[in-house]
Design a protein around this ligand. Structure first.
Ligand SMILES: *Cc1c(COP(=O)(O)O)cnc(C)c1O
Length: 455
């Protein structure tokens, strides 16, 4: 499978390049040149695969020039052996809705599903190539922990994680900063997530710097993450055995919900994808009335979605403009100037596949409370936003992606129901261990110097 950038068709890339580089040199995101589309009959044949087999099937559609199907299969087995659920994910009921529980991995959020896979993909590559790679990634809270867990202790790899100082939950931070491996570096940036993400993007586009340290990225624009996430949309569909399916997806960087869109493009009969946002509602405004203009980031109970510039939205822009990369590049200029209004015809195309809603803080707490009273289920605040969005849209029979374990956000559940869940026993130690992180100003040169000094 060959890949191109969303901003130019001139150059083709292999899966290896796409995976290792994350972002194209022209600043665009990688997309496949063509997509496998499963027919109804073909889908029927996948119906009874277990999670591991299904992952191998879906991912191998994209990665065959990089890893053989047999090797991929054993890499996937290894990746998901760290999960507490035998089939990686689990579907449960919450009233009329279904929850797709994606948080049974080592760091208690859905990011583990893709990240455990990616960590082993790096190892596979480095076993064959005599290289050293430095991973630099920005996190709104959960990506960092998942990436660190997946990379820690692996040889020829360093990982640098930038998180917004004091803007993530202490459990989120501790899952990252208590890891003692010497290839793990935590940096707390005095700024918000968008600042962290911008610094990383600029470090990548500084080709002299990024090449000199052999920089690689695992943030949510990485195509390898997207394809690993597409798998659970298929899995949920097959397990539920229904004709068509809709999902409500708590959304920040538009990565997870884009994976659903990809599944739909590959033939999965998805009716609607609900983009559920917290008060950082740029995507809700964009999808409901075309207003893709970012505002100040607000801190909310669901910090992993405290994002204004949703990087993966560029991929949707590309697809709704019929894979026109020139048009996409033009639009991205407008996005950069913060003046993009989605054209009416494009908005209609988006609304065929997507709905959106946003939940404010009060509503999020109410949802946690109501679901605890009615169903005795404690929702984490991100999942609560997904449930709230489905309810507000009166979408009663959809699957809500449950993106984090409630114990990761004890303040939110304490606030709502005066209860918080404990961490699983194997993670309790992070609450008392010493933390190790470096606080830096939101300044690219400072970050570069720090990274250079460690490589
Ligand atoms: C990252 C994250 C999200 C948002 O996912 P995106 O792919 O950025 O849209 C939602 N919930 C939790 C718990 C997360 O960690």
């Amino acid at each position: 499978m060959k890949y191109i950038s969303t901003r130019s068709k001139e150059k083709e890339y292999s899966f290896g390049e796409v995976f290792l580089k994350g972002l194209a040199d022209d600043g665009g995101l990688y997309v496949p040149k063509s997509l496998k589309k499963y027919s109804k009959e073909e889908l029927l044949e996948l119906k009874n695969l277990n999670y591991y087999e299904l992952s191998t099937e879906i991912i191998s559609q994209f990665s065959s020039d990089f890893i053989s199907r047999e090797e991929l299969s054993s890499l996937i087995k290894k990746s998901y052996s760290t999960f507490r659920e035998k089939n990686v994910v689990k579907i449960s009921n919450i009233g009329d809705l279904k929850l797709l529980e994606l948080f049974h991995g080592p760091t208690l959020a859905f990011k583990d599903v893709a990240m455990q896979f990616i960590g082993n993909l790096y190892e596979y590559y480095l076993n064959k190539n005599d290289k050293k790679i430095n991973i630099v990634v920005a996190t709104s809270g959960d990506t960092g922990a998942a990436a660190i867990d997946a990379i820690k202790g692996k040889s020829n790899l360093n990982i640098f994680v930038l998180h917004p100082n004091n803007k993530i939950s202490s459990v989120q931070r501790r899952l990252m900063t208590t890891i003692e491996e010497k290839n793990v570096y935590n940096i707390a940036i005095d700024g918000n997530f968008d600042d962290c993400q911008n610094i990383v993007k600029q470090m990548f586009s500084d080709l002299e710097f990024s090449k000199s340290i052999n920089m690689s990225g695992v943030n949510s624009i990485n195509w390898a993450r997207i394809i690993a996430q597409a798998v659970y949309y298929f899995y949920a569909y097959f397990r539920l055995g229904i004709e068509t399916i809709s999902f409500s997806v708590p959304t920040g960087n538009f990565g997870d919900v884009f994976a659903g869109y990809l599944a739909k493009k590959m033939g999965l009969p998805i009716d609607k994808l609900i983009v559920a946002t917290n008060e950082n509602d740029i995507l809700h405004r964009a999808i409901s009335n075309g207003d893709y203009v970012s505002k100040e980031v607000k801190e909310t109970l669901s910090p992993s979605m405290d994002i204004q510039l949703a990087s993966n939205f560029e991929r949707l822009i590309y697809y709704i403009n019929n894979s026109d990369s020139e048009k996409t590049a033009e639009i991205m200029k407008k996005v950069k100037q913060n003046s993009y209004q989605i054209e009416k015809n494009n908005l209609e195309v988006i609304q065929k596949d997507f709905l959106s809603e946003s939940c404010n803080e009060r509503e999020t707490l109410d949802i946690i409370k109501k679901n605890y009273e009615e169903n005795k289920i404690i929702l984490d605040p991100h999942t609560a936003v997904g449930v709230g969005a489905a309810k507000k849209l009166s979408f009663n029979d959809c699957v809500v992606l449950s993106t984090a374990h409630p114990c990761k956000f004890p303040d939110a559940t304490d606030n709502a129901i005066k209860i918080h869940e404990n961490l699983p026993d194997e993670l309790k130690h992070v609450l008392s261990k010493d933390e190790n992180f470096k606080v830096l100003k939101s300044d690219i040169e400072e970050v570069k110097n720090f990274v250079r000094s460690k490589t």
